[in-house]
Structures are given as structure tokens and as C-alpha cells.
Design a protein around this ligand. Structure first.
Ligand code: SF4
Ligand code: SF4
Ligand code: FES
Length: 239
């Protein structure tokens, strides 16, 4: 006999004047291999077609299904209900604009953060489409690729005490981006240029180093290593 799950789900539509934030309980029978994506899909199909939540890839690569699962940020598509107790609470990620129910606008936050940090490759401006690809040391390429595995899910921001207190904090995701471009030999920016964008309390010096981000990152990125390295490297600029 399988388990009967009770999912307590946050419900609120901020665009409806009559909507009040609250929760609703949904009861459903667990099936083998059930993920929260499957459970929420069944709830929407069978009990509540108005329930809002985001999924695109269902494979842990698009980052759109992040939510608070029993109080902890995580990806709903990668979370098996079998790993959770029979009572499951689902809330939207804090720190992001609420679209409705479990859906938040991480894209708007990520775009603003990327623009503020100028998180794109600043090369020498001599790009030639006919030129062969520039070679890169394999170890450097590997190190950059490792940081590129970030899927911008927002879990690290939702799990970060500083980000919850300071809306201008760029989060581990932002610091990880800066670490990525700092590593890239094609990026012509100096340490002073990077210091300019993250060398204050809304950047690397606002981090309390409590590791909440690394604990919840679904991609297992070594965020604390990146933050500590940036802090050491950029601190020299402030001396
Ligand atoms: S660093 Fe990890 S937790 Fe943060 S946005 Fe990227 S993948 Fe998500
Ligand atoms: S280590 Fe820094 S970025 Fe990570 S959760 Fe803590 S304060 Fe936030
Ligand atoms: S649906 Fe893409 S990461 Fe979960």
C-alpha cells in the first residue's frame, strides 16, 4: 500500500485585488518514482487547474522549477516525494517577485544582476568571424566550464541571509559569474574593474560566509571557494 501525501501549497495571485496569501492542502496517492513535478502536475490536472508553477526541462537544467520544499530551496523536478515525509509544504522562493502561487520571476532578477555586474565577456574588441577559434589551456577551459554549470535557479539567493536582508546583494550566483569572467583569459578587465562591480557590501564583502548558498545549490557548485577566492583577490584592490 503506497503512501497518501498531503501537499500544503502556497496560493496567491498578486494581480487579483481579492486574492489573499494563504495555503491549500491537496491529498494524493504517491506513485513509484514520483517527483514533485509529477505530483504538482497531477494536482493541476485532477484537482486545481488554476495552480501556478513553472517547469520547462524536467531534468534539472533550466532552473525554472526552484521552490521552497519543506522550507529548503530545491528543484521540484529533481526531488522525489519518497525522499520527503508524507506532509510536504511548498512555497515560492523568497527574494524574487511573485508571479503567482509557486511561480516567481527569477529571470527578471537574474537579468538585472547580470546587467549590473556586466556579466558578459569583455574581449579586446578584435573579434574576427573568419579567424580560427582561439586556443585555451584545457585546465582553464575546464575551470570555466565548471562555473558555467550554474542554471540560474535562484536557490542560492533564496537560501542566503544577506540576500534576504539586502535586496541589492548580488548573491552567490552573481559572485560565481564574476569568478567565471575573472578566470577567462579572453576577458580584458583588470582586478580593479571587477572590484568596481563587486567590491562592496552588495557584492563580495556583504557575504557572511555561512555557506547557505553552497548547501542548497542543486548543481553542487563550490560557491564558497569562489567567494573566498574573489574576496582574497579583490581585497588587495581596497588596500
Ligand atoms: S549557483 Fe547554484 S543555486 Fe545559485 S543559481 Fe546557480 S545553480 Fe542555482
Ligand atoms: S556564503 Fe555568502 S552568498 Fe552564500 S549564503 Fe552565505 S552570505 Fe549568501
Ligand atoms: S524543470 Fe528545469 S530544472 Fe526543473
Amino acid at each position: 500500500m503506497g503512501r497518501r501525501l498531503t501537499l500544503t501549497v502556497f496560493r496567491h495571485n498578486p494581480r487579483e485585488a481579492s486574492s489573499r496569501p494563504g495555503t491549500r492542502d491537496y491529498v494524493l496517492d504517491e506513485t513509484p518514482g514520483m517527483t514533485l513535478f509529477v505530483a504538482l502536475g497531477r494536482i493541476r490536472d485532477e484537482q486545481d487547474p488554476g495552480l501556478n508553477f513553472d517547469f520547462v526541462c524536467r531534468a534539472g537544467v533550466c532552473g525554472s522549477c526552484a521552490m521552497l520544499i519543506n522550507g529548503r530551496p530545491g528543484l521540484a523536478c529533481r526531488t522525489l516525494t519518497a525522499a520527503l515525509p508524507e506532509r510536504i509544504s511548498l512555497f515560492p522562493l523568497p527574494g524574487f517577485e511573485l508571479i503567482g502561487d509557486l511561480s516567481v520571476n527569477t529571470g527578471k532578477w537574474m537579468r538585472a544582476m547580470s546587467e549590473r555586474l556586466r556579466a558578459w565577456l569583455h574581449d579586446a574588441g578584435d573579434a574576427d568571424p573568419d579567424r580560427l577559434e582561439a586556443p585555451m589551456e584545457p585546465a582553464t577551459a575546464e575551470a570555466i566550464y565548471e562555473l558555467e554549470r550554474c542554471i540560474e535557479c535562484g536557490c542560492c539567493v533564496a537560501g542566503c541571509g544577506t540576500a534576504q536582508m539586502r535586496p541589492d546583494f548580488v548573491g552567490a550566483v552573481g559572485l560565481n559569474k564574476i569568478a567565471r569572467f575573472h578566470l577567462d583569459p579572453r576577458d580584458v578587465r583588470s582586478d580593479a574593474d571587477f572590484y568596481e562591480v563587486v567590491g562592496d557590501d552588495s557584492g563580495v564583502f556583504g557575504c557572511m560566509s555561512l555557506l547557505g548558498c553552497q548547501d542548497v545549490c542543486p548543481k553542487g557548485l563550490s560557491l564558497q571557494t569562489q567567494i573566498a577566492w574573489l574576496r582574497r583577490t579583490l581585497a588587495r584592490q581596497g588596500w
